[in-house]
Design a protein. Sequence first.
Lengths: 349, 260
Amino acid sequence: MNRRRFLASSTFAAAGLSACKPAGSSAGDKKTLNVFTWADYLSDDAKEGFEKAHDCTVVIDTFDSNESMLAKLESGATGYDILVPSSYTVSALKRKGLLQALDHAKLPAIANVDAAYLAKALDPKMEHSVPYMMAPTVLAYLKSKVTSPEDGWSMIGRPDLKGRVTLLDDMREVLGAALKFQGNSINTVDPAQLKAAADLAIQWKGNIAKFENEQWKTGIASGEFFLVHGYAGELILVQDENEDVEVIIPKEGAAFSCDDLCIPASAKEVDLAHAFIDHLTTASVAAENMEWIGYRAPNTAAYAELSEDFRGSPVLFPPDDLFAKCEPISDLDDKLPLWTAEWDRVKSA
Amino acid sequence: MKKSRLPFATLLLVLVFFYLPIGFLVLNSFNNSRYASKWNGFSTRWYERLTERDDLVAALGNSLKIATGASLASMVLGTAAAFALRHRASKLQDAHRLLVAVPLVLPDILMGMSLLLLFISFGLKLSLFTITLAHITFCLSYVALVVQARLQDFDFNAVEAARDLGATKLQAFVKVTLPLLAPGILAGGLLAFTLSIDDYVITYFVKGPGSDTLPTLVYAMIKKSKDLPVINALSSIMLLVTFAVVAVSQRLTRPTPSSI
């Protein structure tokens, strides 16, 4: 009937489509470094400085959760030279053979990485990953509403705050907080310790308003909640706007999450990727970058170059004895069912 | 007879329902505070910040390119499919109808995953091109559905009359069939455009380096970005543009109200 016209129009459509070239490939002879990372997780100066020094283009592609990034790479998506997942996801990526070993000869600046942090890191020898940015999970409260605040996790259970508290809707964070309060490791796989932690979490559940992953920021900013469990990076921003907000790392210690730089096995620009990691670990770049993002880069040499204001944050730079009680969340691998069983008990209680 | 107040009240309710959230968003784009729950004074800081965010503008550009490409291509393919499905002639035809309808009900995550696996096995580089292909896949079904509905009360006598009067097949198609179907095709295309521009799940799986669209970038910004309220500013500007386009198109079409 109208086959010729149909063919003509579909050719036209195809031509239109192929005009939409991928932005990354049109950079002429310049090399391109493709970075798969969180949005707004690299300062403009750090990016442009690298592009100038290595005559290349840095293309950022974003993901919004470790799990969705892992799912995409596991299905075989390629084209990335640098990944920035959280530490526990680095372990999973490594286990699945999706990462390549780092060549330390190309990374002289990693000598700057904070040894106190590395001692506890999941990849202490930096075989596959170099720590990038970290921040603890903390408590924040309104000074005007919470009389005689305590500096520990016990605040969650206080009856005078009943219905005005939120906890993260996250198995590892909530059971982790309970485990810390009881003096155990947040990565324990001991069934008895887990059971005790879940029992405590059930008690807490009776006192809190809800488990909440998004509204805690706005909730404490507006005064709807008096005490929230959340991530330090965000809560420091809330505190900047509202002086009534106090942010603390509970004295028993807390979880901190760290995002690491690593190179996928399928990377094309391996040398450039190493140079990028080295660039971000350089003291001056790391210092500028962490102030821009608002997290702490575990980089001893960079600490000296920070502004006093940033360096003085008791939340990002806690005293050594408190920092020693904090732990990174590890990958549970095949012990995961132990945890989910206890978490299900909390959620259904 | 006294006029009923019911239509007016309904109109008012609908307007509030539609525009209150949007009004709140526009108001918040001028909020000096980062948090919607608190008014911290009037400020244009988020608009200023927006001018420095090349990545957001690039993502919006990507979204528009993809939506335009996908809706044009699916208008052609969807109309062709609707024509092919006009008669319930055979079992094969029924199977075809089912296959065209399936993407309407298939969960996005399944479609995203399977398209990703397909592109990888073909060795296609993930880019704007793969996103556009993926969007055509689901947009096609919507266009086919809308055009099929239009075809159901289509009077084929008009085409036959044109043929009797000496029009070639092509002439009859271009001069009679297409103009009569145009509103249906256009409606399908607009539906495809809106679906494409706010798709997140499928896009996430088939995007590659440098092809972030507005939805994928906004989702990603929720996690760590300090600049999240910039989205309010961008949305307000998009809203303004949309209103302007609608107003202009209404003015242009006013003299011939019968054409719609």
